[in-house]
Design a protein around this ligand. Structure first.
Ligand SMILES: [Zn+2]
Length: 342
């Protein structure tokens, strides 16, 4: 609960209309890296309910703001070393995590029209739509439960309460418990989905929520960079060193095959907390095709091969007006706290 209030405080603080350039002058980030997941004009049933996402007009407004105030750069420029600021404009790197289908159908044409390069970090087991991410399945389950009349949902919640030794006062209480389930308890999600009659295989076939290998190769052909985002999106800090290395290397090797890139950057699924930096350093030394690593802690400084990113999926209030300044201010406001805790 405490973190929800802190998060809300920072979000509100970003509304103070001070120029972002003032913050940039104060904190001097060498690069601003942005992290998105998906952009869509449609209701995505497997995502809505988990996190917010922008529509195509909002995303285009973000890119125009970036082009007017900063300098969009490619991953290769960042990897090559300190990026030059042109006319005082800070370099900005646009990235997308997960490998959702809309990266190809919605994001790619907008990037092409606006002339902005991006990095697409892929959860490689999902590419080709053979597996549905358990959290995407969770969103489908919650959608079913939330649209049920209470006469139907009440006995179901009582049934699940008895099975899992919980007492759900209502759908909201169930939702909180369900979303907090650890990734090691995926069988619970499967059990609940089966009870609700949700057909994962059918959803994968009809919705095609993820890109195919042909689609990701098209992103590459258009000049974008492909990155790895683990093989199964497991929380790396919960794995043994051997399992963690397998998640990182399997995904990086597949991305190398699809992209033909000499170097493959990697973005932590969820976040990089609790992962030994010495372990990652040794892994990069053994496998020189591993590029830079990316986390999602705004502008927090980390070891030299890890860059942090600002999460930008939160919808703007208007379709045409960007909310990036607000999101960047929020991220800059967290800087003193990151500085104190690192
Ligand atoms: Zn992810």
């Amino acid at each position: 609960m405490k973190s929800v209030w802190i998060d809300r405080f920072f979000r509100h603080s970003g509304r103070i209309p001070l120029p972002v350039s003032w913050y940039a002058r104060l904190w001097r980030p060498p690069v601003i890296a942005l992290c998105y997941h998906v952009v869509s004009d449609e209701e995505l049933p497997h995502i809505r309910g988990l996190y917010d996402y922008k529509d195509s007009r909002m995303f285009r407004a973000d890119l125009r703001y970036i082009k007017n105030h900063f300098r969009p750069v490619s991953y290769e420029e960042i990897e090559a070393g300190p990026v030059q600021k042109e006319k005082g404009k800070i370099p900005v790197l646009v990235t997308f995590d997960d490998g959702c289908r809309e990266c190809h159908s919605v994001v790619l044409p907008i990037l092409r029209e606006e002339g902005v390069p991006a990095v697409f970090f892929l959860t490689t087991a999902w590419i080709g739509n053979q597996v549905l991410f358990h959290r995407h399945l969770m969103a489908l389950c919650l959608r079913e439960v939330e649209k049920m009349p209470s006469d139907y949902s009440r006995p179901l919640l009582a049934e699940w309460g008895a099975s899992f030794e919980k007492r759900f006062a209502g759908v909201e209480a169930f939702r909180t418990w369900f979303l907090a389930l650890r990734s090691t308890r995926q069988e619970v999600v499967q059990q609940i989905a089966a009870r609700l009659g949700i057909d994962s295989a059918g959803f994968l076939q009809t919705q095609q929520p993820y890109m195919t290998s042909e689609m990701v190769q098209e992103l590459k052909r258009e000049g974008h960079c492909l990155g790895a985002h683990s093989h199964t999106h497991a929380r790396l800090s919960e794995l043994t060193a051997e399992q963690m290395a397998a998640e990182i290397l399997t995904s990086a090797n597949l991305v190398r095959i699809w992209s033909g890139q000499a170097r493959v950057p990697f973005a932590f699924p969820r976040c990089g907390d609790g992962i030994e930096r010495h372990f990652l350093l040794a892994l990069r030394r053994q496998h020189p095709h591993l590029g830079l690593f990316f986390d999602s802690k705004d502008f927090k400084r980390d070891v030299d091969f890890i860059r942090n990113r600002v999460w930008c999926d939160q919808r703007a209030g208007s379709h045409e007006k960007t909310n990036l300044p607000q999101q960047l201010r929020t991220a800059f406001h967290k800087q003193p706290f990151y500085a104190l805790t690192s």
